[in-house]
Design a protein around this ligand. Structure first.
Ligand SMILES: Cc1ncc(COP(=O)(O)O)c(C=O)c1O
Length: 490
């Protein structure tokens, strides 16, 4: 193997090497969580993991797979399961094999575009999956939701079942204006609110509106959410990664970049977890005014702040230079696809027209239901309930990390649904740590997964993890951290 095929810690890089791999080299580590899935689903899990590895390009076309005997031995599963997986994936076109000549990754598959990773897929076979950004879906208030649904069906005037105002039902926009002003300190005029199907749709609409104004680039935080890259790209706007420091996005490079719009997560930066300082907020708004530009504020988890009242939204300081967006994805469920966008005057017409042509407005029953849910105090109750549960889980995670990883620095704990854990040097290099932890059935994501120069950071370096906790019980969190520490073996 040449040095270009070797990672900093000396392990084989499956994306460059066409040599047979072994468990313990990164290619086959991908299969370890599936190999420890319950016996009943192990075969399917292995096939799914292998398919995913080919589809995403982690196993490049032409890569030769180990013999079924070797791979079965390395993964500790029966040879029949591996033979079956090879046959199935060969039949599907993901793999190809020659009689007695081995099995390769086929050339028919096109690697998925990079945005696939931003969906932070759950790891089905994992014993604990610290995926960030997922709320506890079992906290969904089914009874209150059902009651609101019944009431709305009984009361909704017939004419509200027609095509809605593309901005949304007036009743919901009024309820949202009150809610967001009270909870997030935004300046909320119901006329400037657009009901959308989440921050994702708000970002696409903003991308189109910027494009219509002649902008072809938008700044984004680095590290940041890969969602932003994918969503703005879909509107024809390219993202320009900009560095952060401990106070937020750094304004010097922002100014030098020449962009006139920048996407930010000031209440709880994704993923580092910092809250933008008051000074940086002011600098950012000064920049926006000086270039006649815009700050796009993604307030994806701003409602959850544990140690004091939530930091107010940036939009409240300058509503004509900040577009503000949020959703119920963290507070109720992402599957509802319901959110809001508060637009400055300069973008309002374009955004509303785009919303109209995109889907002729948001479903009215959902809107009426959520309006009632907010008006009757059910939404505030839900937020309080989640806040209590998530604070307890955050405390459990921080305590377990302190106990099992002495010297670890845990950041971003004041808010949101995830933290950053920086482990002491002795736990590195990162890639071998991740491999050991994956083998123990614990799914974690490194901070480097969220940096734009991702490839440069892979392999070596200290371990920095983005750990989501909201969807895990305190017992599961403690068990997951314990397993992780045992696997680290330091
Ligand atoms: C930073 C950030 N913004 C936006 C979103 C998408 O939010 P929505 O479900 O409201 O579209 C996510 C999803 O996890 C996210 O992490």
């Amino acid at each position: 193997m040449t040095s270009s095929e070797t990672n900093r810690d000396g392990t084989a890089d499956p994306r460059r090497s066409a040599q047979p791999g072994r468990a313990g080299s990164p290619a086959w580590e991908l299969l370890l969580p599936a190999a420890s899935a319950p016996a009943r689903t192990r075969g399917r899990s292995l096939q799914a993991a292998l398919r995913e590895a080919v589809r995403t390009g982690r196993l490049a076309p032409g890569t030769r797979l180990p013999s079924s005997r070797d791979l079965a031995a390395d993964l500790g599963v029966s040879r029949g399961l591996i033979t079956e997986a090879y046959e199935q994936l060969t039949a599907e076109g993901y793999l190809r094999s020659g009689r007695g000549a081995g099995t390769w990754v086929g050339g028919a598959v096109r690697a998925a575009p990079p945005r696939a990773r931003d969906l932070a897929p759950r790891s089905p076979g994992a014993r604990a999956d610290f995926v960030p950004g997922t709320p506890d879906l079992s906290l969904f208030p089914r009874a209150a939701w059902a009651a609101a649904q019944r009431a709305v069906l009984a009361e909704l005037p017939h004419q509200d079942l027609g095509y809605p105002d593309p901005r949304g039902l007036p009743q919901l926009r009024t309820a949202l204006a009150e809610l967001l002003a009270r909870r997030r300190g935004v300046v909320a005029d119901p006329e400037r609110i657009v009901v959308v199907s989440g921050v994702a749709q708000a970002s696409t609409l903003l991308g189109f509106a910027l494009h219509a104004r002649g902008l072809r680039t938008v700044g984004v935080e680095d590290p940041g959410s890969p969602q932003h890259d994918a969503l703005y790209a879909s509107a024809g706007v390219t993202t320009v990664p900009l560095p952060l420091d401990g106070e937020g996005i750094v304004v010097g490079p922002l100014r030098d970049s020449g962009v006139r719009a920048v996407v930010t997560t000031p209440s709880h930066q994704f993923p580092t977890g910092i809250a933008y300082s008051a000074r940086r907020r002011t600098e950012l708004l000064d920049w926006a005014r000086s270039v006649d530009g815009l700050v796009l504020e993604d307030d994806y988890d701003g409602d959850f702040r544990y140690d004091r009242a939530p930091v107010g939204a940036l939009q409240g300081l300058d509503p004509e230079h900040v577009a503000y967006t949020g959703s119920v994805s963290k507070s109720l469920a992402p599957g509802l696809r319901l959110g809001w966008l508060l637009v400055p005057q300069a973008l309002a017409d374009e955004v509303v027209e785009r919303k109209r042509t995109m889907d002729l407005g948001h479903p009215t029953l959902d809107q009426a239901l959520f309006a009632r849910f907010v008006e009757h105090g059910d939404y505030d109750r839900q937020l309080r309930r989640c806040q209590r549960a998530y604070r307890e889980r955050r405390d459990a995670l921080v305590a377990a990390l302190r106990e099992h990883f002495p010297g670890a620095e845990v950041a971003g704990i004041a808010a949101g649904l995830h933290v950053i854990a920086a482990l002491p040097h002795r736990y590195g290099p990162q890639q071998s740590f991740l491999a050991r932890v994956a083998a123990a059935g614990v799914a974690v994501r490194p901070l480097t997964d969220y940096t734009h120069a991702r490839a440069e950071h892979e392999g070596g370096g200290d371990v920095r993890l983005v750990l989501g906790y909201a969807h895990l019980s305190p017992a599961r969190i403690r068990a997951g951290v314990r397993l992780m520490a045992q696997a680290a073996g330091v």
